[in-house]
Design a protein around this ligand. Structure first.
Ligand code: PLP
Length: 421
């Protein structure tokens, strides 16, 4: 089935009322038919709902659709993108381990790896996304994951997914791709060898800035990957916290299973059924929106490219962009979503443009139908020291645009007057 059809129909069996729309199962817990059934569900002898922290029928539809859209084995929805990244990493590591991360990732992920997880005893080793081969020199026997973004925010860099996957595979290390900006409509990292895909559903999947959410999608075949793999003994040795359960002994995708049975149980960053429902509505129009976001952004990139005040325009769909080849290789029809960034002279010029736009809103979000203008250095990446910011391509004059679904000519007029004022 094609993605447009999956996004609208997959994973929903009409309930007894025959509702066409997926119902919101707004409940915390579930009634068991008998004491025996309750016990069987806890011992996994019978599968079924216990408590919404672990599973919920509305959320299950969202999960089934996301897994199918990404071509994965299963999906697990979380309350935010940050929770998804935290779970995906925590599922692989313990104190003393290291992960290899791209130098071009979301600001919240930078602080998660370099500060919060560091306090838990994890070391983050940084590689230059433009030189995937540099990953190999960073690997040792304590390396548990390689983490990167397919289309990075805010540098708008495109990852060479095949090359990164090949290195991960060669060393038997899990690779995790944050596919938030590209969305499953433009690229499926798993088809290019990624083991795990994470999403912030709060962006293009929500599409109107209505609901926070996250997701983890695991690939088929991880059962064999984890069985006996000395890097990840906790998958094939008894889990004391679950009566000695061995994850690779069960006939389920083990990566998300372990998150659900242990991390979600213990930490609980679960989506509310209402937010899952909201994201299900949004997914139905993902394909239409991404096409329009991308065509609008291309028109605006072309306008900005020729503007005298604009330098270093980052939009991979432009022939002149250094990632143009990679974007054509990986992204559907070479489309690059609605995110672009560019530089003006300095911070003062950048702030003036932000303050002078009328249709664009100053917001730290992306993927909304409403166009957004952001100054990353003083907001999304403000917690990273200025010298570090420059190294990862965030200058004081950098402006990020998330192009919405308005009329492109109106947006160009707005930018024109803001740039010239
Ligand atoms: C926003 C974002 C996140 C974090 O997601 P939340 O849903 O805001 O927690 C992670 N990665 C990328 C690429 C993002 O843009």
């Amino acid at each position: 089935m094609n993605k447009e059809t999956i996004a609208i129909h997959h994973g929903y069996e009409r309930d007894t009322q025959g509702t066409t729309a997926v119902p919101i199962y707004q409940t915390t817990a579930y009634v068991f038919a008998s004491a025996k059934q309750a016990s069987d569900r806890f011992t996994l002898q019978a599968l079924g709902n216990i408590y919404t922290r672990l599973t919920n029928p509305t959320t299950a539809v969202l999960e089934a659709r996301l897994a199918a859209l990404e071509g994965g084995a299963s999906a697990l929805a979380t309350s935010s993108g940050q929770a998804a990244i935290f779970y995906a990493i925590s599922n692989l590591i313990e104190a003393g381990d290291n992960v290899i991360i791209s130098d071009k990732i979301y600001g919240g992920s930078v602080t998660l790896f370099k500060h919060t997880l560091k306090k838990f005893g994890l070391e983050a080793r940084v590689f230059n996304l433009d030189e995937s081969s540099s990953i190999e020199a960073l690997i040792d026997d304590k390396t548990k994951a390689i983490f990167y973004e397919s289309l990075s925010n805010p540098q708008i860099a495109v990852a060479d997914i095949d090359a990164i996957s090949a290195i991960a595979k060669k060393h038997g290390i899990i690779s995790i791709c944050d596919n938030t900006v590209a969305t499953p409509y433009l690229v499926n990292p798993i088809a290019h060898g990624a083991d795990i895909v994470v999403h912030s559903c709060s962006k293009y999947i929500s599409g109107q800035g209505l609901a926070l959410g996250g997701a983890i999608i695991d690939r088929d075949g991880l059962l064999d990957f984890f069985k006996g793999n000395p890097r990840y003994p906790h998958f094939f040795t008894p889990d004391e916290s679950y009566q000695g359960l061995v994850y690779t002994d069960l006939p389920f995708p083990p990566f998300n299973l372990r998150i659900r049975l242990s991390l979600l149980r213990d930490i609980g960053a679960t989506p509310s059924p209402f937010n899952s429902w909201s994201l299900i509505q949004s997914l139905e129009t993902l394909s239409l929106r991404i096409e329009k976001h991308s065509s609008n952004a291309l028109k605006i990139a072309k306008f900005l490219e020729s503007h005298p005040k604009v330098s270093n325009l980052n939009y991979p769909a432009l022939e002149s962009n250094k990632y143009n080849g990679l974007s054509k290789k990986y992204f559907k029809d070479g489309l690059c979503s609605g995110l672009l960034s560019f530089e003006v002279a300095d911070k003062e010029s950048a702030w003036k443009i932000l303050d002078n736009t009328k249709i664009f809103s100053i917001v730290v979000n992306i993927g909304d139908s409403k166009s957004i203008i952001t100054h990353p250095s003083s907001t999304t990446h403000q917690q990273i020291p200025l010298a570090e910011q420059v190294k990862i391509g965030i200058s004081q004059g950098l402006i990020r645009l998330s192009i919405g679904l308005e009329n492109a000519d109106d947006l160009i007029e707005d930018l024109k007057q803001a740039l010239n004022s």
